[in-house]
Design a binder for this molecule. Structure first.
Ligand code: NAD
Ligand code: UDP
Ligand code: UDP
Length: 323
């Protein structure tokens, strides 16, 4: 029997790769998306597959379908997008979680939440382990996303305790790869699109802040492994690549890989921008028997190839400025 798997946010960057992997593993996939940041282009390659179904739907509204597993990814993930309509962002995380948990409860499905390293805020503990409670500004511009995701985690654990739901909570760290939105303002897509266009690379602050970048194939592999863990393992579990780089190092790698002569343009650091971030993945390594395999140089090479093709198809491709 094929598993019936619901992926909310399935037309987004990570969701589209996840749908593809689940189909390849032999599942029936129902992709639900309101196309706020996701696109049909991301899943165009899947539309002919009879085991793939696409539904336009906003998860802040109830959803009645019959499925065995749910991956809840619906939520804009990049600051430009989640700050565009912050109230809707919180609603998507909170009401979306309630609806998907209600659905999981009714059909007794296993449900996985795409949480985020942002639950740690601007961390005072480095690297971040799952038992760190975080350092989040509850009233800042990032709060609609960070606090929405924190509340979603609370709801997952309360449904687990109160209704014995089978839950999995993944705290995803910065992920990159093909199908990233060119205009979402995230650093990897920004730098690559800028470098390919010969435009200055915008460095916010002095570029000494750090991030740890995980290639999307590694992340999707971890999500599927997490879903398959024994019932007692709920997470939260960090998923990311612990190799840590400064933003300046990233800019230099992108310049080298694209052969671009773009200069660096220093701009002010946005409010509440975390200074450092690196996952401790000991828990994932132990329970998922998983380690990221794609190094930053290799992943960037594949991502540059994707954006090179995308900018050939749309020569006016440009990044969005941070509001
Ligand atoms: P994305 O913006 O490409 O994907 C999100 C998808 O959700 C989009 O297709 C969007 O249209 C859809 N969506 C948004 N609101 C919705 C709603 N109300 N109803 C239905 N669909 C809705 O982002 P992504 O990078 O693919 O992120 C996917 C998930 O992973 C998100 O939940 C995000 O918070 C989480 N995450 C991503 C990263 C990362 O580095 N990319 C890091 C941490 C967590
Ligand atoms: N829900 C849904 N699909 C379902 C079952 C429930 O979208 O198949 C929604 C429903 O609209 C409800 C929410 O999930 O608002 C929470 O459901 P739950 O059963 O936990 O709570 P209740 O219905 O008692 O408020
Ligand atoms: N950043 C940058 N230039 C850009 C976009 C982002 O220097 O064009 C910085 C940003 O200030 C942050 C880091 O890169 O310190 C990662 O930003 P991103 O939005 O990709 O992810 P997040 O801040 O959510 O980790």
């Amino acid at each position: 029997m094929r598993k019936r798997v619901l992926v909310t946010g399935g037309a987004g960057f990570i969701g589209s790769h996840l749908c593809e992997k689940l189909l390849a593993d032999g599942d029936d996939v129902l992709c639900v998306d309101n196309f706020f940041t996701g696109t049909k282009d991301n899943i165009a390659r899947l539309l002919d597959n009879p085991h793939f179904e696409l539904m336009r739907h906003d998860v802040t509204f109830p959803l009645y379908v019959e499925v065995d597993e749910i991956y809840n990814l619906a939520c804009p993930a990049a600051p430009i997008h989640y700050q565009y309509d912050p109230v809707q962002t919180t609603k998507t995380s909170v009401h979306g979680a309630i609806n998907m948990l209600g659905l999981a409860k009714r059909v007794k499905a296993k449900i996985l939440q795409a949480s985020t390293s942002e639950v740690y805020g601007d961390p005072k503990v480095h690297p971040q382990r799952e038992d760190y409670w975080g350092h989040v500004n509850p009233i800042g511009r990032r709060a609609c996303y960070d606090e929405g995701k924190r509340c979603a985690e609370t709801l997952f654990f309360d449904y687990h305790r109160q209704h014995q739901l089978r839950i999995k909570v993944a705290r995803i760290f910065n992920t990159y790869g093909p199908c990233m939105h060119p205009n979402d303002g995230r650093v990897v897509s920004n730098f690559i699109v800028q470098a390919l266009a010969g435009e200055p690379l915008t460095i916010y602050g002095d570029g000494a802040q750090t991030r740890s970048f995980c290639y999307v194939d590694d992340l999707v592999d971890a999500l599927v492994r997490l879903m398959a863990t024994p019932e007692r393992f709920t997470g939260p579990v960090n998923l990311g690549n612990p190799a840590e780089f400064t933003i300046l190092e990233l800019a230099q790698k992108v310049l080298a890989l694209t052969g671009s002569a773009s200069r660096l343009d220093y701009q002010p650091l946005p409010q509440d921008d975390p200074l450092q971030r690196k996952p401790d993945i000991a828990l994932a390594t132990r329970h998922l028997l998983w380690q990221p395999r794609v190094a930053l140089d290799e992943g960037l090479k594949r991502t540059v190839a994707y954006f090179r093709a995308a900018s050939r198809a749309a020569p006016s491709l440009r990044v969005a400025a941070y509001a």
